[in-house]
Design a protein around this ligand. Structure first.
Ligand code: ATP
Length: 366
């Protein structure tokens, strides 16, 4: 078991591209940490530096108390699981899983026990004599996981391990990896660009963009209290609605946009007091916008008129795309009533849930 400490790490590639910029975070012992961000943000580079597959330009990486900057990958006691499985095609599942142990000259009986235990854990005990080409994508990914498990590493590193799987299998494997983490009680660092994986799998999320860490926190804190516009927009699907406007504080505290005005709550005063007559961006998540007429949850008294443009019926909910003048809004309605397309639709906004951002610094007002 081990804690992983990344301290002020930079990576500048040979072509001078600064892929990871002054990055620090900690994965505590037994913690499941997710590195998430859009394509090209530097998350794979970060993971490869922890694994020792990529040199660090500056900074320090510790596994446990040991500085590993100059320690080769094979001596770091980590196991990495990749998106493309990287199985040996000419070997059976058993041989693939046993390979690293065989290299270490582990006794045969011990190898057998470890491979069979891992295979049982992953439900692939009956596939041990097959070759990788005789397996489905999900089964191959299980073998790749098994190969990592038998080594009993101090740290597991995952690089988008589920992206090659179809949607249903991805959901299933996601749960299996969560269970596996509980059973193995080992530190795991998991790279993904999928914000659903980030929200559902980890104890802690590290959100990256352009080589920089924007926020480190629990999934719910990241969702409810994003530090800036990027994090607010990246986490959550459909994305948070972001509306440009001004704060007015005459008789009532108001947010006024091009198309509508919203009365703010007294509790918002603290956040927006420095922004009187100044531009702000108001954020409201789709689930905090209700069908005013038909949804009994719509306690929020702040209502505006909109037009329903498109409805995506998901079964358990409707994703509704609305326009209020030029302002486009996305809402998640209870599927009580199919909203009428191109018809006027009164919506209510739960003002207790709104967030405010400074358009200049892009930071959330708190
Ligand atoms: P993805 O989700 O697409 O895999 P990522 O967040 O994992 O993206 P990285 O693979 O870490 O991103 O790449 C970060 C940046 O560094 C990208 O802009 C990439 O083009 C660049 N990069 C990666 N490897 C090299 C290299 N060997 N030389 C120069 N630039 C590189």
């Amino acid at each position: 078991m081990a804690k992983v400490t990344v301290s002020k790490v930079n990576k500048i590639y040979d072509n001078s591209f600064h892929a990871v910029i002054n990055t620090s975070f900690v994965a505590e012992d037994k913690e499941f940490v997710i590195l998430v961000g859009p394509s090209g943000c530097g998350k794979t580079t970060m993971l490869r530096m922890i694994a020792g597959l990529e040199e660090i330009t500056s900074g320090k990486i510790y596994i446990g108390d040991k500085l590993v900057n100059n320690i080769p990958p094979k001596d770091r006691n980590i196991a990495m699981v990749f998106q493309n499985y990287a199985l040996y095609p000419h070997m059976t599942v058993y041989q693939n899983m046993a390979f690293a142990l065989k290299l270490r000259k582990t006794p045969k009986a011990e190898i057998d026990k470890k491979v069979k235990n891992a295979a049982d854990l992953l439900g692939i005990g009956d596939l041990l004599q097959r070759k990788p080409k005789q397996l489905s994508g999900g089964q191959r990914q299980r073998v790749a996981l098994g190969r990592a498990i038998v080594r009993q590493p101090k740290v597991f590193l995952f690089d988008e391990p589920l992206s090659n799987l179809d949607a249903k299998l991805r959901v299933q494997m996601r749960t299996e990896i969560i269970k596996l983490h509980k059973k193995l009680a080992t530190t795991m660092i998991y790279v993904t660009h999928d914000q659903v994986e980030a929200m559902t799998m980890g104890d802690k999320i590290v959100v990256m963009k352009d080589g920089i860490i924007h926020q480190i926190d629990s999934p719910l804190n990241i969702y409810n209290s994003p530090i800036n516009l990027f994090v607010a927009g990246f986490i959550g699907s459909p994305s948070i609605n972001l509306i440009e406007g001004f704060i007015k504080n005459n008789d009532d505290l108001m947010f006024t946009s091009e198309n509508f005005s919203l009365k703010l709550l007294p509790e918002h005063m603290e956040e927006v007091s420095a922004f009187k007559d100044k531009p702000v961006i108001l954020g409201i998540r789709p689930e905090d916008i209700y069908d005013a007429q038909y949804d009994s949850n719509a306690q929020a008294p702040v209502q505006i008129d909109a037009v329903c443009e498109v409805v995506e019926p998901m079964g358990n909910e409707f994703i509704v795309f609305l326009s209020a003048g030029n302002t486009k809004l996305t809402a998640r309605f209870d599927p009580k009533r199919y909203p009428e397309i191109d018809a006027k639709q009164t919506i209510s906004l739960d003002m207790r849930k709104v967030l405010f951002f400074d358009p200049q610094t892009e930071k959330r007002l708190i």
